[in-house]
Design a protein around this ligand. Structure first.
Ligand code: FAD
Length: 413
């Protein structure tokens, strides 16, 4: 885009989370000089979410606001403002404070947690997505309340970890037969079930919540009739793209509500992009569309969006090509640092590095001898080296790769 053209373009970003903020930052880093407006529904200064289930929850950090001076960056910040609709023909969005025109629109509205049916508004039932949620949960930990966590996924495990650290009695109720059933295969997650008991949390698998009865304490009633007393209930059963406001706009969404962006994160509507937890993108690397609900995706995707807005994706640097990352995330749970890179769905071989009963181990997934994904527990070097092998699609020797004393980079075939 020419400098003249850029100066005329008004970029409006909806959603002031990681992806929205990073889009604004990346635009300025690329020398974009036009007006940028960042609109967010939450009233708080934009902040980072991962600390919410860790340091913020435990009162070790007051908040996790991004250290960014938006005024200095020349970004108009409009907080506490809900965007309610998009009228692409008019190049306008609707907000509670009236319409806002755009030349280029970036949808970065993230995801919203799934609620447990029948428990919305029940006192003592919590979600953990926002700073307000974490602040509400602070006293639960401080007072060492007894807690029932619904869902043994990433958020459930991290909350259970923090609650145990604070001295709460913790019971985790999981409908599947093991933790993280939706994210990882049984051979990997079965050993993780032990982590709960080791840390004094009770994990009930194949257990479904029928209802939550309010009270002091309240009662979580399971399908099989068991009753669990709980001062607080924390629901962590997943999240869905926060795209309800796009209904009727004509933008293409998949059945799960994710905006189906293309390889440069453009949507089906002209001049509208989508990035972060709210959007899926086609991955040539994995031969399928990916919807990634992790921090690194909300950091990297905006660079592609900014490159395309400013340069038309004409090439010339890494961010100007198609968006096709090796997805990455981490989790801190039960005294362990868990990291995952890649996508294992089409793998045909699983290689273990170390014994999962030990504190540190990793697992490498291969397809036709080439690493496609890696899970590392307390082995960050495996993660770093494995991620590079996945990125470069470098085949490994399975025998050497299975020896945890051999660095992965030395296991190249
Ligand atoms: C408690 C917690 C812990 C996490 N820990 C980790 C971790 O350890 N590792 C990891 O890799 N990932 C972690 N994640 C995931 C990571 O934080 C997310 O992937 C990331 O925040 C996604 O960024 P985003 O900007 O796409 O969405 P969000 O962070 O959800 O931001 C979207 C913003 O848009 C706003 N918005 C939504 N709808 C509208 C609207 N209609 N109008 C205006 N504004 C709107 C929302 O209020 C929100 O502030 C964690 C997430 C949570 C909730």
């Amino acid at each position: 885009m020419s400098e003249q053209k850029q100066a005329e373009q008004h970029v409006v970003i909806v959603g002031a989370g990681m992806a929205g903020v990073q889009t604004a930052v990346a635009l300025r880093e690329r020398g974009f000089t036009g007006p940028v407006t960042l609109i967010g529904a939450e009233p708080h200064q934009p902040y980072d979410r991962p600390p919410l289930s860790k340091a913020v929850l435990l009162g070790k950090a007051e908040g996790s606001a991004f250290e960014i001076d938006f005024e200095e960056l020349g970004v108009e910040l409009r907080l506490g403002l809900d965007v309610t609709g998009l009228r692409a023909d008019d190049h306008e969005i609707d907000t509670e404070a009236g319409p806002v025109g755009y030349d280029v629109l970036v949808v970065a509205t993230g995801a919203q947690p799934i609620t447990l049916p029948g428990t919305e508004g029940v006192p003592g039932v919590h979600l953990l997505r926002t700073l307000d949620d974490a602040v509400r949960l602070g006293p639960v930990l401080e007072r060492r309340h007894s807690v029932v966590v619904v869902g043994a996924g990433w958020i459930g495990a991290e909350f259970a970890t923090a609650a145990r650290e604070a001295g709460c009695a913790v019971t985790v109720v999981e409908a599947a037969d093991r933790p993280l059933a939706g994210a990882l295969p049984a051979e990997v997650t079965t050993p993780m079930a032990e982590w709960y008991g080791e840390n004094g949390a009770e994990l009930l698998t194949r257990a479904r919540v029928r209802t939550v009865e309010p009270g002091t304490p309240g009662t979580v009633v399971l399908d099989d009739g068991r009753e669990l007393p709980a001062d607080a209930v924390v629901v962590g059963i997943g999240a869905v793209p926060a795209t309800g406001w796009l209904t009727g706009s004509g933008i293409a969404l998949d059945p799960g509500g994710a905006v189906t962006a293309d390889e440069r994160l453009r949507t089906s509507l002209p001049d509208v992009y989508a990035v972060g937890d709210c959007a899926s993108f086609p991955s040539a690397r994995y031969g399928r569309r990916l919807l990634v609900h992790h921090w690194d995706n909300a950091l990297q995707g905006p660079r592609t969006v900014a490159a395309t807005i400013t340069g038309g994706g004409a090439g010339g640097d890494a961010d100007s090509g198609p968006y096709d990352p090796v997805p990455y995330f981490w989790s801190e749970q039960f005294g362990r640092f868990v990291q995952y890179a890649g996508h294992h769905a089409d793998a045909d071989e699983l290689i273990r590095r170390g014994d999962p009963a030990e504190k540190t181990w990793s697992v490498l997934w291969l397809r036709a001898g080439v690493p496609v994904a890696l899970l590392a527990v307390g082995r960050p070097r495996d993660l770093a080296q494995g991620r590079r092998l996945i990125e470069s699609a470098t085949a490994v020797d399975p025998v050497r790769a299975a020896d945890p004393s051999v660095p992965l980079k030395a296991a190249v075939a």
